[in-house]
Design a protein around this ligand. Structure first.
Ligand SMILES: Nc1ncnc2c1ncn2[C@@H]1O[C@H](COP(=O)(O)OP(=O)(O)O)[C@@H](O)[C@H]1O
Ligand SMILES: O=C(O)[C@H](O)[C@@H](O)[C@H](O)[C@H](O)COP(=O)(O)O
Length: 193
């Protein structure tokens, strides 16, 4: 199927939200459909951060900021190479998102005018808790359900006009369609593989 490369160059989309919102699931589908790089922020956490979360201790700014700066640097390399990336990252606070927005070398702090865009996956806490419990019971993940409340408490979306909200209870295909038409309006999607 025809896929216009020019429609998806030099952009980054961060799929944000609390644990269990479905970031990893949807990012992977989105990156496949858009044929672009996919990054999972969890892969960039130092072992100490993962161990902390495994023990049910929420991360602090001191834990998150070096991790976010590393993600910013990786995104910047992609943007400078005029490529596109989808990043799944909690990005719970406004100042965390500012670090990621500054991956755009032209970004003026506080302006929100960055090629790094945010989409928040939003779901009721009861849905999130059920997903995390199921995932943990399957032994698939280090993140315990007991950390969900701390994530919800930390979630700050004062800049919500700059964030596309998406209903995380809908199917991944529906989310991908919403995100694609918002961020890459001229893109022809290929669902073939
Ligand atoms: N739209 C959805 N409907 C039902 N279950 C979902 C949906 N999205 C994700 N899940 C399930 O919820 C759990 C958490 O999803 P995941 O993508 O790992 O979330 P996150 O990366 O945001 O923590 C996984 O077990 C996944 O299979
Ligand atoms: O900022 C944080 O506190 C973490 O990044 C956190 O938000 C993230 O959810 C965990 O790393 C588990 O992530 P997943 O549930 O997506 O694997």
């Amino acid at each position: 199927m025809y896929f216009p490369i020019s429609a998806v160059t030099g952009k980054a989309v961060v799929i944000m939200g609390v644990s269990g919102a479905g970031r990893s699931t949807k990012d992977q589908i989105l990156a496949k459909v858009l044929k672009c790089d996919f990054l999972d922020a969890d892969d960039f956490h130092p072992q100490s951060n993962k161990e902390k979360m495994r023990q049910g201790i929420p991360l602090s700014d001191e834990d998150r900021i070096p991790w976010l700066k590393m993600l910013r640097d990786v995104l910047r390399e992609i943007l400078v190479a005029i490529n596109t990336a989808i990043l799944g990252c909690s990005s719970l606070q406004t100042h965390y998102r500012e670090i990621l927005r500054s991956a755009d070398p032209d970004y003026e702090p506080g302006s929100y005018a960055s090629v790094v865009k945010f989409v928040m996956l939003d779901a009721p806490a009861v849905v999130l808790a059920a997903r995390l419990e199921k995932r943990a019971a399957e032994g698939k993940h280090f993140m315990p359900v007991t950390l969900l409340q701390s994530q919800l408490d930390l979630l700050q979306i004062h800049d919500s006009k700059r964030i596309l909200k998406d209903d995380a209870t809908l199917s991944p295909q529906s989310t991908v369609n919403t995100i694609t038409s918002f961020i890459f309006p001229s893109t022809t999607l290929s669902w073939s593989n």
